[in-house]
Design a protein around this ligand. Sequence first.
Ligand SMILES: Nc1ncnc2c1ncn2[C@@H]1O[C@H](COP(=O)(O)OP(=O)(O)OP(=O)(O)O)[C@@H](O)[C@H]1O
Length: 326
Amino acid sequence: MITAKGLYKRYRKTVAVDQLSFDVRPGVVTGFLGPNGSGKSTTMRLMLGLDHGGGETLFDGEKFTDIRRPMNKVGALLEAKPFHPTRSARNHLRMLASANGVGEKRIDEVMELVGLGTVKRKKPKGYSLGMAQRLGLAQALLGDPKILLLDEPTNGLDPHGIHWMRDMLKHLASEGRTIFVSSHLLSEMQLMADELVVIGRGNMIFNGDVDQFVRDFTQSTVIVRSPGADGFVPALEGAGAEVAKGKDGELVISGMEIGAVGHLAFTENVELSELSTRSASLEEAFMSATGSSEEFIAAEPVAAGAPAAPAAPSAPATPSGGTENA
Ligand SMILES: Nc1ncnc2c1ncn2[C@@H]1O[C@H](COP(=O)(O)OP(=O)(O)OP(=O)(O)O)[C@@H](O)[C@H]1O
């Protein structure tokens, strides 16, 4: 279990992390999301005491600096390639292992676990970014910790690597470990995470269940296909629904429950060939939740030859509403 309380960090005029408080539960993967520059890396560094700032983080009730053998309790992967330039990958882990009372056997075990068994005698400087991420994870797992903090571990991994990382983190969570992982790959996060901490401009936007986040920040829609679709629209609108035409003539209905749509079709004598709900994606929820807290907003692309549009104005500093739990 991780308990973060009142985390705060200011760089000159920039408040990078603003009184963030959240819990990360064991047994599930918790995703850490936020737009670029929202303070995710700074938060993780603060949690591990690698940055000076305000607040406190407890790992199973203990501050990181008070843990006698930190590697056995908390494993972290904060940036790829923080490795010794001349030692082999295995020797790099060996050095860390001996400093932390971890046995030799565990080194080969973690190298195999992350798929680097055949290249463990090579120097990490020759590793690709994806291989470096795997070595970083091996390093984090060396002490068999109950808690893992991973900043963008899928960065640089190919689709197979991303799939592998997802399965690995889900497996580690299923063993009862606490997994806190940041990623920009929202479709991946939707498959991997059970819970979320979402921040914008250093402020808490949401802390809780992924499905709840999607429900809170998007609207699910009801899909209808019918040979009499056009004739059904006035009845739907008369009942207060909003109706849009989707692909292949489907009706995309918002503001009305699926049961009510089915009942209305029955009373209006409309034949249906499909009646279903469509949930929004995590990406849609993320865009809606963090849209106003994006730090870097690009201008709309302009067609070649057209006069350039002025850059979009900066968004207000306050994040959009949500279930703040700070
Ligand atoms: N060493 C530093 N000096 C000054 N400002 C910094 C420093 N590190 C981070 N910042 C600022 O703090 C804010 C948060 O940065 P941080 O890197 O934590 O965000 P992030 O969410 O991890 O971003 P990304 O998703 O792009 O990796 C940004 O405004 C950034 O410019």
